[in-house]
Ligand binder design. Structure first.
Ligand code: ATR
Length: 274
């Protein structure tokens, strides 16, 4: 830990609940590695708007935003970058002299994680879920994949998301009919401690060559285990998580993030208590 002093800059994450977050471990490791005099804390809150006010007043130089506030804070920022506005979700706040700027680093992070493993242009992609993360992934992929379809427990949300992105949607019960090459889970189904669950049946994966889960605890969800057994390439949630964090670091500091150091901090923190 850097020695905290009168000039130490403050960063943090707002969300609720935050018990599971590995963001402090990863960002503090990056600051330390780069010799940046800053600390990053977890602020579990029920009032994100008050946190934005606090960010201006204290100041807090930058914030990560997570469930369930990514959409809610949009109208309380001074400037929202166009892509984040289009997605309708902000996961990064940059405080520039009291002016709060909102960004979405989830979308490019999802794309980067997928592009590292697969050529996307010929793939039919099925996104499970229709929340904030699904929106970011759908916007990231809509012009990159041959076809994008969303499927969600609540059909109306899938329909609405498909309408705003300009992609297709299908009821979960019909998801196997898509014959998707790439399946992405953006729901919490399968996350610790409910690790025995999968968001889709095995049938949905029958045509898949690659499967990504945005969950990183456990590292191999039941969905990814099934996908691996079926011979698919699997992409764990840590890839998108680390890349969205690296982009946040760059927005805050203007520097390239020490991604491998952040990955090492992530691995170390994963060994710790949940
Ligand atoms: P995030 O911002 O992380 O995407 P969110 O906006 O709360 O979080 O969205 C969570 C998504 O996971 C939603 O699509 C939700 O489905 P509903 O729209 O039907 O609520 C989905 N989800 C959450 N729990 C689920 C469950 N047990 N089974 C299926 N889908 C679930």
């Amino acid at each position: 830990m850097v020695e905290i002093n009168v000039r130490t800059a403050l960063y943090g994450i707002i969300g609720n609940p935050l018990g599971h977050t590995l963001s402090p471990a990863v960002h503090n490791a990056a600051f330390r590695f780069s010799g940046i005099d800053a600390v990053y804390l977890a602020f579990e809150t029920s009032d994100p708007v008050a946190c934005l006010k606090a960010a201006r007043a204290l100041p807090i130089n930058g914030m990560s935003v997570t469930i369930p506030f990514k959409s809610r804070i949009l109208d309380h920022l001074d400037y929202v970058e166009p892509a984040a506005r289009e997605i309708g979700a902000v996961n990064t706040v940059v405080n520039r002299d009291g002016i709060l700027h909102g960004w979405n680093t989830d979308a490019p992070a999802a794309l980067e994680a997928l592009e590292a493993c697969s050529e996307l242009s010929h793939l039919r992609c099925l996104i499970i879920g229709a929340g904030g993360a699904a929106k970011a992934v759908a916007f990231a992929l809509k012009d990159r994949c041959r076809e994008v379809t969303v499927s969600n427990r609540t059909e109306q949300s899938a329909r609405t998301l498909a309408g705003s992105v300009g992609c297709g949607w299908t009821p979960l019960s019909d998801a196997h009919r898509q014959k998707a090459d790439l399946v992405i889970n953006t729901t919490p189904v399968g996350m610790h401690p409910d690790t025995g669950k999968s968001p889709v049946t095995e049938q949905v994966l029958e045509n898949a060559t690659a499967v990504m889960d945005i969950i990183y605890r456990p590292r191999k969800t039941l969905l990814l285990e099934t996908a691996a057994r079926l011979g698919c390439t699997t992409i764990g949630g840590e890839e998108m998580f680390l890349r969205q964090a690296a982009r946040q670091y760059s927005l805050w500091t203007g520097k390239t993030a020490p991604l491998e150091r952040m990955r090492a901090a992530f691995e170390e923190a994963m060994k710790g208590p949940r």
